[in-house]
Write a protein that binds this ligand. Sequence first.
Ligand code: HEC
Ligand code: HEC
Length: 326
Amino acid sequence: MWLFGIAVVALPFLRERDNIGSYEGDFGRTSEKDVPFADAQAEVEQFVPGVTALIAKSSDEYFGLQSPWLRDSGAVDFFRIPSGRQNYEIHCVGCHADTGDGGGPAARFLDPRPRNFRRGLFKFTSTDAASRPQRRDLFQTITRGLAGSSMPEFRLVNEEKRWDLVEYVRWLSMKGEFEQMMLADAEDNEELPDAAEIADIVIKRWHPANLRTIYPGIPETPYDQASIDRGRALFNDSNKGSCYTCHGPEGRGDGPTSDAYKDDWGYPIRPRDLTAGTFRAGAEGADLYRTIAAGIKGTPMGSFEGALSPAEIWDLVHFIQSLSKR
Ligand code: HEC
Ligand code: HEC
């Protein structure tokens, strides 16, 4: 009887949650921003006729796998793409979809949502705020998965194939970013965009020579009570980290502003409960250093490189580690 009661109370709530502010065009997406590309394109086509055909043609010309321009750009390792695609179709499409837009058939059941690769935006990177991810950042995500989300680890997939997957994700992302930028440009200027110029911007963003990596400024300092105490003070210092405003004074994810956020894809997002000891990008000192220094792109958690000294970042790392060691 009580089970039936719970079902009656919970069902309308679940259904309602699915509908609030939702975009219902595709797999029950719940973000106004993360609209399937074909739908967004059809809308712009109405006032910029020809944009659909231009995007298809130029995407093929610049980012197609027969494109000499792409092959010679030095930004993609062509040899890895065919195997990357094969493995992507086996392991990844169910969530990330064949276009990489994150709208695979399983996506509607998942929170957080599988990443939409087509914005060129990745959360867990070792690069500064303006840079695309390094290959090894994506390799780490694919190898270790993202703890606390449905993104599985793929340690059992052979290492060469994981690098092929990295290359395929990079390629999907560049191509997607190009198409999205073409469309945004057409929408803003109400005329057909300059494909050559946009292709050039995208390829430069992804070229490994243009990625700036953030390294720990100094080797790890000793993990001791003094460091943990300094970390706690910084965490709660409104002139320094201000971490508490989101994560709460004891790191439980319940700071005063914690209910207020959406990520750049338009989905609600909460600061992590740091006492649970589950870290998407890893719990080792070096992982946490990277997360704090580089920030988590596309989320309210910004980069703290520069705002905090390397020694201060290590103190914060130790404070956070201490929260789940009790
Ligand atoms: C069961 C669903 C699922 C499968 C299968 C899956 N992923 Fe994911 N993936 C996710 C979710 C969910 C996220 C986002 C997690 C988050 O936002 O914290 C994600 C995020 C990612 C990211 C972005 C990380 C970042 O820094 O933003 C990459 C890259 C990625 N997945 C690659 C892959 C590849 C490659 C495969 C196949 C080998 C794959 N995923 C299979 C669910 C999945
Ligand atoms: C404006 C809000 C905000 C502030 C300020 C903020 N964070 Fe975060 N933080 C977040 C959000 C949101 C997430 C979850 C992001 C995600 O995984 O999608 C997060 C996640 C984290 C994580 C988890 C990373 C992982 O791998 O799962 C750590 C560690 C962290 N923050 C540390 C800090 C520290 C230290 C500070 C202060 C220097 C700080 N945060 C300041 C919003 C914030």
